[in-house]
Design a protein around this ligand. Structure first.
Ligand code: SF4
Length: 266
């Protein structure tokens, strides 16, 4: 069995979970307007033109987006960093796209990694069938869980799907005692708003059973814009400006009474 991955990155996070290797997997059931990894939304492999500039000269070549790996190949890739991960409290993260779109590969790879002693994290939109999510729970130490909006209609407008399944899956994970980091995209015109943050505080408060380990505020930024051009996709956020530091500090203050660590970025 093989999984389709579009990027593998190694991060050293000094104020967080140590050295981490993150695998970005292809395919996503959502269509968020602000997606920073539009190349991860599609399921299949794609060839895109790459343009490198040196001075006045342009060098054009074709680049493959998406590569297949077996679970054993992934294990071999992360082995080199295992000692550093263990000493720094890091591990392996599956992100995307939506990693649970490739459930058999994900389950088999997570199982291999757990057997080999790695800490495992899955970054999910939560828009996935309950039994698929349940299948990976025993081999997943931590879930990074996006709450893109608490209002079902706003959620549908900006992501293409309602949030009902997402919220009920979050409630299931917490009820089962799984550790979760809640990630909040802070998007101008959608969620970058003090009144919404107050409402969100109530949403989290009612679910705070000790297993919500951290809240990450993920501010909208323009780094994805060039990718939209490169992949010939429509950038629906082209006219939107970035969120200021002052706004983020204000939102952190609003969420502070929860008693959960709130961090800018993730
Ligand atoms: S869930 Fe994540 S990967 Fe999928 S479209 Fe939204 S931002 Fe992009």
């Amino acid at each position: 069995m093989k999984g389709l991955v579009f990027s593998i990155k190694r991060y050293a996070i000094h104020d967080g979970p140590g050295i981490r290797v993150t695998l970005f997997m292809k395919g996503c059931p959502l269509d968020c307007w602000w997606c920073h990894n539009p190349e991860g939304k599609e399921k299949g492999i794609r060839m895109v033109e790459r343009v490198d500039r040196v001075g006045e000269k342009e060098f054009r070549s074709m680049e493959q987006v998406g590569h297949e790996y077996t679970p054993e190949e992934i294990l071999a890739k992360v082995r080199a960093d295992q000692v550093f991960m263990e000493h720094s409290g890091g591990g392996v993260t599956f992100s995307g796209g939506e990693p649970l779109m490739q459930p058999e590969f994900l389950l088999e790879t997570l199982t291999l990694l757990k057997k080999a002693g790695f800490h495992t994290t899955v970054d999910t939109s939560g828009h996935v069938r309950r039994e698929i999510l349940r299948s990976i729970m025993p081999v997943t130490d931590l879930f990074l869980y996006d709450i893109k909006h608490t209002d079902p209609e706003i959620h549908r407008k900006f992501t293409g799907v309602s949030n009902e399944l997402i919220i009920s899956n979050l409630d299931m994970l917490l009820a089962e005692g799984k550790d979760v980091m809640i990630r909040i995209p802070v998007i101008p015109g959608v969620s970058a708003d003090a009144a919404y943050m107050e409402q969100l505080r109530g949403f989290i408060e009612s679910r705070n059973n000790g297993h919500i380990k951290e809240i990450n505020l993920l501010p909208y930024h323009k780094t994805g814009s060039s990718k939209y051009r490169r992949f010939g996709m429509d950038d629906r956020m082209a006219s939107v400006t970035q969120v200021s530091n002052g706004q983020l500090d204000n939102y952190i203050d609003i969420l502070k009474p929860l008693g959960i660590h709130v961090k800018k970025g993730g």
